[in-house]
Design a protein around this ligand. Structure first.
Ligand code: AMP
Length: 609
């Protein structure tokens, strides 16, 4: 079932949403039917179903899996075996996800048809937004969009991130112009593979066309804030380019350069003066409204781990609405926010029943842990380990989830994923017609995330274990550690709190800076590919910091958590802290701060034998 949505036909599109959500169950059954009948003969499904295509057999025989269960099949395809081992449709490329497996990005199969499904979802966003915000056809969007590196697998398939794939596709480049996709950034600036040149040129084009801009944004909040940082660093140069009507010499990508020159036009000293005056102000509070005064909202995802950026976005935007329009992943685009102007904390996504077949593993919250989690735990509002132990029931269908309950999303797609655990925990907040709406709660196990990196407790433990070996030379041992993502400056960075003890009974002596800085570096070297890429190539994460805290700090942390309702018996040191009071307790006891002095080695991933 591949539906079409004409973004210019507001009424027709809204009718389509009504139909899909009213008939959510029937649409889901039809989707499953189609997936099973198309793929029953694939090696993967055939092995479980033996040619059967009934839903009951599917639920009984096909296991719910994680990435590592399907990785061998995906690697076989990357190495040249035919798509039909998992999919009847031709797999046209592999999408590298920000999740990692064994330090390498996960790779998700995709097909040409899936690209059209994504376009369908993008098109649906137009009438939804138009319903809430008037006059979006009277100007442009300043969207800062980027591509990332890609590789060819041994079989010749391209492996790249989903958005890179989308922006390079003809669906994006030949998009019919509608109210929603007139951007200030020429495609050539988006498609420039040098991210620094791309960012600079997109900002320049956005500034030149400032009077036309009605909305600003990026995909994730972190990328948008990075753009503001670049603006802070480069506004004098940007203004000089506008004043002279010429682009800086270091913009050497010829497509990018020509595109910008086309937009820049004649020297414009008045505009340069105006921007200079705004940017020279001591405070940049509300800078977005000042530079782009017609802006109606900021279009960035601020749910999930991106919620940490809300205060900073509010500061720069001067209180403009922050709009999270959609919920999507490399595996599949899931759904849209049908109430886009709702507060970030109230955002719910309606999963569109035609995108894939969705199932939900019930996740029971351990009430005793909730309070502790809220106060002390990481990106979550409850303790993940407890949750996973409490999954009791079978996976349920989309329309049988219950309001107020928590679930882990399980996906069956047209592209060769069957009963695949996405790793996201969602909570049902209500229904739109018969389609449930979900709040994104958190990603399973992830404790630290600054940009697209997703570091889980095990990754962190492994990295700390590698680094602490160096403490031997200082005759020290690490007794406790925790972490937090410090996003008070751009780019944000990981902070580890370490409590150290001398071997024997001696007082902790002055720590050797070189050794401690090396510890920071080893942690970074030990983190996964996405972290290292963000840190070294994209520069979207700053140098990792270790803050050494004095003896007894972790006892104070425990006392605090217990005072907030944790049980002493069940207390486990949270490996990531978000609560500001808890962070304060740690910060007040810091005796030494050390930063990584070199960016970790970063190398493009490899696929194959
Ligand atoms: P990737 O596979 O790298 O595209 O990452 C997809 C993941 O990003 C999802 O599974 C979610 O964990 C997260 N994500 C995507 N969209 C949202 C959203 N709107 N709110 C919160 N998290 C999101």
């Amino acid at each position: 079932m591949l539906l079409n949505c004409d973004p210019n036909d507001g009424e027709g599109s809204m009718r389509l949403i009504e139909e899909l959500t009213t008939n959510a169950d029937q649409v889901q059954q039809q989707i499953l039917n189609e997936i099973l009948s198309q793929n029953a003969e694939t090696e993967y499904l055939g092995g479980f179903l033996n040619g059967h295509t009934e839903k009951e057999m599917f639920k009984k025989k096909v296991p719910i899996v994680n990435y590592d269960d399907i990785k061998p099949y995906i690697e076989r395809i990357a190495n040249g075996e035919p798509s039909r081992i998992i999919s009847n449709q031709l797999i046209t490329e592999l999408l590298t996800s920000s999740g990692t497996s064994g330090g390498q990005p996960k790779m998700m199969p995709t097909t040409a048809e899936e690209l059209d499904r994504k376009t369908f979802l993008y098109n649906l966003l137009v009438p939804v937004m138009n319903r809430y915000v008037d006059g979006l056809d009277q100007g442009k969007g300043m969207y800062l969009l980027f591509i990332k590196p890609e590789i060819n697998t041994p079989s010749g398939l391209t492996a790249r991130p989903v958005l890179t794939s989308y922006y390079k596709s003809s669906n994006f480049r030949n998009r019919p112009i509608n109210t929603f996709n007139v951007y200030t950034s020429p495609d050539d600036t988006i498609l420039c593979s040098d991210s620094k040149q791309s960012m600079y040129c997109q900002l320049l084009c956005g500034l030149v066309q400032r009077s036309e801009v009605l909305r600003v944004g990026a995909v994730f909040a972190s990328a948008f804030l990075r753009a503001i940082k670049v603006l802070e660093d480069y506004w004098t140069e940007l203004c000089s380019n506008i004043r002279m009507g010429d682009v800086s010499d270091w913009i050497t990508d010829s497509n990018c350069r020509n595109a910008v020159i086309g937009i820049l036009g004649q020297p414009n000293p008045e505009l340069a003066d105006f921007i200079e005056t705004q940017c020279s102000e001591k405070s940049w509070e509300g800078i977005i409204k000042k530079l782009w005064p017609r802006t109606k909202y900021v279009d960035v995802i601020v749910t999930g781990s991106m919620a940490q950026y809300i205060p900073m976005l509010e500061f720069y935007s001067g209180g403009l609405p922050l709009v999270s329009t959609m919920y999507a992943s490399s595996e599949c685009y899931f759904g849209v926010n049908l109430n886009p102007l709702s507060k970030p904390s109230d955002v719910s996504y309606t999963l569109l029943p035609n995108m894939a077949y969705f199932e939900f593993l019930p996740v029971e919250k351990n009430r005793g842990q909730v309070h502790q989690g809220v106060q002390c735990n990481g990106t979550s509002d409850h303790s993940l380990k407890e949750e996973e132990e409490h999954i009791k029931e079978e996976a349920v269908d989309l329309t049988t989830v219950k309001c107020g309950h928590y679930y882990e999303l399980v996906l069956t797609t047209f592209t060769g994923l069957y009963r695949y655990r996405v790793g996201d925990i969602l909570m049902v907040t209500g229904f739109y017609n018969n389609a449930p709406q979900f709040r994104f709660v958190h990603r399973r196990n992830v404790v630290l995330s600054i940009d697209t990196d997703k570091t889980n407790e095990d990754d962190l433990l492994n990295a700390v274990t590698q680094a602490k070996l160096l403490l031997e030379s200082l005759r020290c041992i690490l007794t406790e550690y925790t972490s937090y993502p410090d996003t008070s400056s751009i780019p944000g960075h990981y902070v580890l709190f370490w409590e150290l003890k001398m071997r024997g009974n001696g007082e902790l002596s002055e720590l050797n800076t070189t050794v401690m800085e090396e510890c920071c570096n080893i942690v970074e070297e030990s983190l996964d590919y996405v972290y290292r890429r963000c840190r070294s190539k994209d520069k979207s994460i700053g140098p990792l910091e270790i803050r050494v805290v004095k003896h007894g700090t972790f006892d104070a942390l425990m006392d605090f958590c217990v005072s907030q309702g944790s049980s002493v018996n069940q207390y486990k040191t949270p490996r990531c802290i978000k609560d500001s009071e808890a962070i304060e307790i740690l910060n007040a006891r810091v005796v030494g701060r050390f930063f990584s002095r070199k960016a970790p080695l970063w190398k493009q991933y490899t696929v194959g034998t």
